[in-house]
Write a protein that binds this ligand. Structure first.
Ligand code: NAP
Length: 258
């Protein structure tokens, strides 16, 4: 069974490892190219956009893909919209790996907003030391609120063309980050508020747990609406679903239209 994984997450990397080790599958991955030096992957990877849903559908058809797997980041909504349209056009099943969001527990002081722009507004006009832990693509939104001192953590530096707030320091680091690591960082940097995406999963939850321990507010940017196909919650479940298709469907071509 030939599989294309739309990737960029831990779940995509986990699923790729399982597929690479299973002779029933012929897998490949696609990365957006947002990270300058992506981690080595277990499957051959192509990098960069397809040119919209039509380009993705063409890629699926031209390469004889039997199942399209959307294991992209919870905030990457456009590629998921494209995947739904492309799977329909190419008449292949779409399996979407949707990581559960974090939910607030007792002691959390979350303020939920709809966008990075709203998060910037939400910081108010009293100068604060804000930790932006939400990737580099949304940093420009904070240029509109220049009264604060910002610390941003990103995997790669922002593009030189990105408009940034005047008082910002960027540290480049890649998770996972433990609660202890995050607690120490918040203390060392004298942070008094965090801006985060609700990414879900364990790898970046440390800052949320550390904020709770420090009784620190978190501005939580809500997830966008992300269209999906057949939905599973983990790489494990995705692998099981793909295995079941392999075992119960005689010919890969008969998967089409499931
Ligand atoms: P997006 O808005 O969903 O995608 C924009 C375009 O990038 C897509 O239309 C597609 O281009 C291309 N693309 C995205 N994922 C792709 C993939 N796996 N393979 C090939 N092309 C892909 O996503 P985004 O612009 O990357 O990011 C949106 C938000 O998600 C940001 O807030 C970012 O921080 C977060 N995020 C994204 C990733 C990631 O790996 N993409 C990882 C972590 C966080 P075409 O239309 O040309 O095909």
């Amino acid at each position: 069974m030939r599989i294309l994984i739309l990737a960029g997450t831990t779940e995509a990397a986990d699923l790729a490892r399982r597929i690479a080790a299973d002779a029933r599958f012929d897998g490949r991955m696609s990365l957006a190219g947002r990270t300058v030096s992506p981690k080595p992957q277990a499957l051959p990877a192509r990098i960069g956009g397809f040119g919209g849903s039509g380009g993705l559908a063409r890629y699926v058809m031209d390469n004889g893909i039997d199942v399209l797997v959307d294991a992209t980041h919870p905030y990457a909504a456009q590629i998921s919209r494209n995947a739904v349209i492309a799977a329909r056009e190419a008449n292949v099943p779409l399996l979407s790996v949707t990581r559960a969001p974090w939910t607030a527990v007792e002691g959390d002081r979350w303020q939920c907003v709809d966008s990075a722009e709203a998060a910037a507004e939400c910081l108010g006009q009293t100068p604060r030391r804000a930790f932006l832990a939400m990737g580099r693509l949304d940093l420009a939104a904070f240029a509109r609120n220049p009264v604060h001192r910002y610390l941003a953590r990103t995997i790669d530096p922002p593009d030189t063309s990105t408009l940034l707030p005047p008082d910002i320091r960027i540290i480049n680091d890649r998770g996972p980050f433990t609660e202890e690591h995050e607690h120490a960082l918040l203390e060392r940097e004298q942070i008094d508020i965090i801006v985060s995406k609700n990414s879900g999963g364990d790898a970046t939850y440390g800052k949320i747990a550390a904020a709770r321990r420090r009784d620190m507010p978190v501005v939580m940017i809500a997830r966008p609406v992300k269209p999906a196909g057949i939905t599973v919650a983990s790489a494990n479940d995705a692998y099981a679903w793909l295995g079941a298709q392999c075992d119960h469907v005689c010919r890969p071509s008969s998967l089409r239209g499931v």
